[in-house]
Design a protein around this ligand. Structure first.
Ligand code: IPE
Ligand code: IPE
Ligand code: MG
Length: 256
């Protein structure tokens, strides 16, 4: 299915965001505050993932994208990285069964070549197993970086049309090669943990996404907090470059 690009057209706005993208941040600080090792926060963070997946499915969200590991997170201490890899495997083993039972489709995006063959196989299996599900699509961004995504998309575009001249390149030639081409652009971006930055998440796709930041650490984030973000989202006027009058009475003035 082809989704409307926010820069080529004006996407329609729905009461419940169709696509929610989350930077799940603050696990380490949540644990440190409790005098626990940082990784205890990651373990608790997985419980939050379960709750938010269920809450999004119940509210009719169609796509939920979770930033689990960035292309820059390899810079962390080796023991934290290997803990996160093991937790990722545990999640793939345990949660996928639950997701499948709930008609949830799982996708993983990022530079997966950097993961162990075992993890890569588990990802393939999980995606294949849930491919036919028609409920919420959960995307895990793992070893993902927005710049990596743009570069790999450009490479694919050029591989397909090596004689392409720069002048003829347009948005619709590049966009299908982005890792999340199957999803509409996020309507709502949430970052927990207090930082107000994108940290190399979906750089292209966040062009017109509504941004929501909360100080709540990810392990403390829950369905009630999600509803607060949704309530904030409903207050926003999504103009996509138009004037407020055009949003209120579309078709009376100007064009899309
Ligand atoms: C987010 O929590 C999880 C990952 C990046 C894997 P952090 O581990 O970044 O937690 P803080 O930001 O240090 O508190
Ligand atoms: C962003 O969190 C990445 C994930 C949540 C996976 P970080 O904790 O890595 O981001 P920075 O370093 O504070 O920007
Ligand atoms: Mg962090």
């Amino acid at each position: 299915m082809q989704h409307i690009s926010s820069t080529l057209g004006v996407p329609d706005t729905t009461y419940v965001p169709r696509h929610v993208a989350i930077i799940m941040d603050g696990n380490g600080r949540w644990a440190t505050k409790r005098h626990l090792p940082r990784v205890a926060g990651h373990t608790r963070g997985l419980d939050t993932v379960r709750e938010i997946v269920q809450a999004c499915a119940a509210r009719g969200v169609q796509y939920l994208t979770l930033f689990a590991f960035s292309s820059e997170n390899w810079r962390r201490p080796a023991d934290e990285v290997s803990f996160l890899m093991r937790l990722f495997m545990t999640a793939l083993r345990r949660e996928v069964v639950r997701m499948h039972a709930n008609n949830i489709r799982l996708r993983v995006v990022g530079d997966l070549a950097r993961f162990s063959p075992r993890i890569q196989q588990m990802i393939k299996d999980a995606e294949a197993r849930t491919a036919g599900n028609t409920g919420l699509t959960v995307t895990i961004a793992a070893n993902y970086g927005g710049r990596w995504d743009l570069l790999q998309a450009m490479r694919k575009m050029l591989a397909r049309a090596p004689m392409l001249d720069g002048e003829s390149i347009d948005e619709s030639m590049l966009a299908p090669h982005l890792a999340m081409a199957y999803a509409p652009e996020p309507d709502l971006f949430i970052r927990t943990g207090g930082e107000q930055r994108i940290s190399n998440f979906l750089l292209w796709q966040l062009a017109y996404t509504e941004l929501y930041f909360t100080d709540t650490f990810w392990p403390d984030f829950d369905a009630a907090e999600l509803d607060k973000a949704f309530a904030s989202y409903r207050q926003r006027e999504r103009r996509f470059g138009r004037t407020s009058a055009q949003v209120v009475a579309p078709g009376l003035s100007g064009t899309a």
